[in-house]
Design a protein around this ligand. Structure first.
Ligand SMILES: Cc1ncc(COP(=O)(O)O)c(C=O)c1O
Length: 462
């Protein structure tokens, strides 16, 4: 049996506890409203606080530390830190620890928590060009050559940030990217929020700790059997101070972390050693039999299925048809339909999914909408104003044509492909205004623009 120090300590405490004279106020479920208590069941008993023997996430030296060490040993990282505030907190902490007041080079699409990290750290982003694959309706993995060139052009880079896998399941060549970063003495942060299962069996892509990344952030709740909000952060090597990262990570979390979430992290690390490999192999067999394994392996996550449509209408038709059959997908947008098969999916479920999707596709004359504009995310360069200074400043809405030379107050994101073309703090130059005008003339769905208007800073000097 794999060790589960947090769960063991909780059970030990629950078995001894007779009179709870402490928070939380629901008293192990005793005074929980019954409509909720019925669903929560026995779990309410485990929702305790920092009682003797239960350690403290903010200064761990008992069961929490032991569990974190087990997770670090499993992945081969130097230190693993638990987060009850998702990968979001881990990503912000990583940027704060690596790049406070300095430059971060972004290779490919990034989650909004990375942008929040830049704001908190008063750091400056530099964007690598990111090629959009029109047929696949998703971004290609970052190019090592682009990274090499960008590091040469920005020798003051404090950290490189990569998302792998992306939401759409694209896996980067992290080993090569790490090698390039390390040759310049720069740490590589990998947002592996969707890839905590990587490396579990041979058939999966290697995880980014094994690939040599310095900081790896993984949501346990996304792909492993973990409760929502659970995540962990790995630190390896000496380019990043684990102590500094831990301080930031704790600063970004509650002082009352849920023991249900901590226990969930604990049992997830045990699951990886015990049932995990068998369940993973069974899942892969089911997907292989159904012909659903991606051809791009190992540069694609086999547990998610991306169906590119390039058409909002088609995506919505597929989603509705699936929903009528009781099947709920992760996402459907103008680019395609994303299904997270995850672990434990059965043959019957896969064939039910396929029969609905195939029926809709057969009834659809063309699988691609007209007017779909694939594009390459151009180098956005450095910004006129750092994200921190642009954050929350008074803005005004002006017609795009009148925005030339002004500084953007928000993000502008056309759907498809759902990747920002303008970020807060960016000065709107001629090519940018032309591109925004063309996009708005096409009546694309553009977040951050309203009726041809764009938000710019009222006063960029303050
Ligand atoms: C690529 C990526 N990174 C990070 C996050 C944030 O993860 P969490 O929900 O665990 O905070 C998400 C959330 O969807 C994501 O898609």
């Amino acid at each position: 049996m794999a060790e589960t120090p947090i769960l063991d300590a909780l059970i030990h405490t629950v078995e001894r506890l007779r009179v709870p004279l402490h928070v939380p106020g629901h008293k192990q479920g005793r005074v929980l409203p019954s409509a909720f208590a019925t669903w929560l069941g026995q779990a309410a008993k485990l929702d305790l606080t920092e009682l003797p023997g239960l350690d403290n996430l903010h200064q761990p030296d008992g069961c929490i530390l032991a569990s974190q060490q087990l997770t670090a040993a499993y992945y081969g990282s130097d230190q693993c830190l638990y987060s009850v505030n998702g990968s979001s907190a881990g990503i912000m902490a990583a940027i704060l620890a690596c790049a406070e007041g300095r430059k971060v080079l972004f290779a490919g699409p990034f989650h909004q928590s990375a942008w929040r990290g830049l704001v908190l750290a008063d750091a400056e982003p530099v964007f690598l060009p990111s090629r959009f694959h029109a047929e696949q309706c998703r971004h290609e993995p970052p190019s090592p050559e682009h990274l090499r060139q960008a590091l040469a052009a920005h020798p003051d880079t404090a950290a490189v940030f990569v998302t792998s896998p992306t939401y759409h399941g694209v896996v980067a060549d992290v080993a090569t990217l790490a090698e390039i970063c390390h040759s310049e003495g720069v740490p590589l942060i990998v947002d592996e929020a969707h890839g905590a299962h990587f490396g579990l069996i041979e058939a999966f892509p290697k995880h980014s700790v094994a690939a040599g990344a310095d900081v790896v952030i993984q949501s346990v709740h996304k792909m492993l059997p973990g409760l929502t909000q659970t995540a962990w952060v790995h630190v390896t090597g000496d380019l990043v101070s684990a102590a500094t990262l831990e301080r930031w990570l704790l600063t970004l979390q509650t002082t009352s972390p849920s023991y249900l979430l901590l226990a969930s992290l604990d049992v997830a690390q045990a699951w990886l050693r015990e049932e995990g490999p068998r369940v993973a192999t069974e899942t892969m067999n089911v997907l292989a039999e159904a012909g659903l394994l991606p051809s791009e392996m190992p540069f694609a996550d086999p547990l998610r299925h991306w169906l590119p449509t390039g058409s909002l209408e088609l995506s919505m038709t597929i989603r509705s048809a699936l929903q009528e059959s009781g099947i709920y997908v992760e996402l459907a947008d103008g680019l395609g339909v994303l299904s997270v098969f995850g672990f434990g999916i059965t043959r019957a479920e896969v064939s039910r999914y396929l029969s609905v999707v195939n029926r809709v596709l057969q009834q659809t004359p063309t699988s691609r909408a007209t007017g779909f504009v694939p594009y390459e995310l151009e180098q956005m360069g450095t910004l006129a104003i750092r994200p921190r200074r642009a954050f929350g400043k008074p803005a005004e809405w002006v017609p795009v044509q009148k925005a030339l030379g002004r500084v953007s107050a928000g993000m502008v994101t056309p759907y498809p492909p759902g990747v920002p073309v303008v970020v807060p703090g960016q000065r709107l130059d001629e090519p940018c205004v032309q591109m925004l005008t063309a996009l708005s003339d096409m009546h694309s769905d553009i977040h951050g623009m309203r009726d041809g208007l764009i938000a710019v800073l009222q006063d960029e000097t303050t």
